[in-house]
Design a protein around this ligand. Structure first.
Ligand code: KG4
Ligand code: ZN
Length: 339
């Protein structure tokens, strides 16, 4: 089963080819960072237009890299949500039409399910993956969720952010520190030189029971610290970045540990863009009683490979999309069902 995967939910055009037995054959990504950087965030209309420009050349690239042709494809997977509606529609229309033209099945993939399954992709290429059930911490630009995973499409939501997502908080804090866009990786780099003892930022909602998160108070605390110290020196920036990163990582780790204790499920899969954060990975690996699994950094942030992989699993299980092209800006992961 050779699956073409297409990701266009936000500001990366990702296209990949995944083969059910041979694994990932090709994976290309075009990041629109330079297009959106001057606006300090993603401009949805510009994102849609650029996905249109890039899809055909990127599809040609993956086929060439893998030495395959369109006739070799057995299915096409595309991100059907959640994400920016216009951007999703570009990928979905292209993918659904291509599948129709080739007379092969199509499957609309849930973006967060694809993130969640990405760390399992490497299991298929030799390393041992997480046994079911496992707990997943999904941390991206739009989501912060703890989910109990009992199988593909069998998800129980344990907790989620009541306001900002962890990645969004990273991006906003980076903006306050004038570190640039997208902020998460830049803030993490800046924090490397920070003094962890200078400031102590709050760990929101860790002093009460439950598995929900809140990051907007931490954002306000960061803003107030920046205002008190302005104009900032490079040292101030690094120390604030370190205090911020420590607070987010601590908060996530406390909730993960609590989820593992409450469910009795020891293993954790860490997924989504923020799971590329080195100190978060190290902290969870050191602290949790079971094994912590995560994908390699380029498969943590948005990419076509995770869509091709999740789509391939669903196609193999018999999932087929009707001809109608349906995308969803909002789509709770708990609404999914096993294929
Ligand atoms: O999964 P993703 O690529 O896109 C969404 O589905 O949202 O996640 C992007 C988020 C951004 O907020 C970005 O700042 C954050 O992941 N991110 C990081 C790191 N790398 C990416 N946050 C903290 N540390 C990182 N190293
Ligand atoms: Zn994502």
């Amino acid at each position: 089963m050779l699956t073409l995967g297409i990701e266009t939910s936000c500001d990366e055009t990702g296209v990949a080819l995944y083969h059910a037995t041979d694994g990932l054959l090709a994976d290309v990504l075009f990041s629109q960072v330079d297009i959106h950087a001057k606006y300090g965030g993603v401009v949805p209309e510009l994102a849609s237009r650029d996905h249109i420009r890039k899809l055909v050349p990127l599809c040609r690239d993956v086929l060439t890299q893998a030495g395959k042709s369109l006739a070799d494809l057995d299915g096409v997977a595309y991100t059907a949500g959640p994400g920016l509606l216009g951007a999703l529609l570009v990928g979905a229309s292209f993918a659904r039409s291509l599948a129709w033209g080739l007379d092969i099945p199509a499957v609309g993939v849930h973006h967060m399910e694809a993130h969640l399954l990405a760390p399992l992709m490497e299991k298929d290429s030799g390393t041992v993956g997480p046994p079911l059930p496992f707990i997943a911490l999904l941390v991206s630009g739009g989501h912060t969720q703890l989910v109990e995973v009992n199988g593909i499409g069998d998800y129980r939501l344990l907790g989620e952010s009541l306001d900002d997502a962890a990645g969004e908080a990273f991006d906003k804090a980076a903006k306050m520190l004038d570190l640039g866009y997208p902020g998460g990786p830049l803030l993490a780099r800046c924090a490397e030189n920070g003094d962890p003892t200078r400031f102590r930022f709050p760990r929101p909602m860790t002093d009460r029971p439950g598995l929900d998160f809140s990051f907007s108070g931490l954002k306000t605390f960061t803003l107030n610290t920046v205002r008190d110290l302005s104009p900032l020196t490079d040292k101030d920036r690094a120390d604030i970045a370190r205090a911020f990163e420590d607070a987010v990582i601590d908060t996530l780790a406390i909730k993960c540990l609590r989820a593992v204790k409450e469910t009795g499920v020891p293993h954790l899969v860490l997924a989504g863009g923020v799971s590329a954060n080195r100190r978060l990975r190290e902290r969870l690996s050191a602290e949790l009683p079971g094994t912590t699994y995560y994908a390699k950094p380029e498969l943590c942030t948005d990419n076509g490979a995770m869509i091709a992989y999740a789509g391939c699993l669903r196609l193999q299980a018999g999932h087929r999309e009707p001809l109608a092209i349906v995308v969803r800006a909002r789509w709770p992961i708990t609404e999914l069902s096993p294929p």
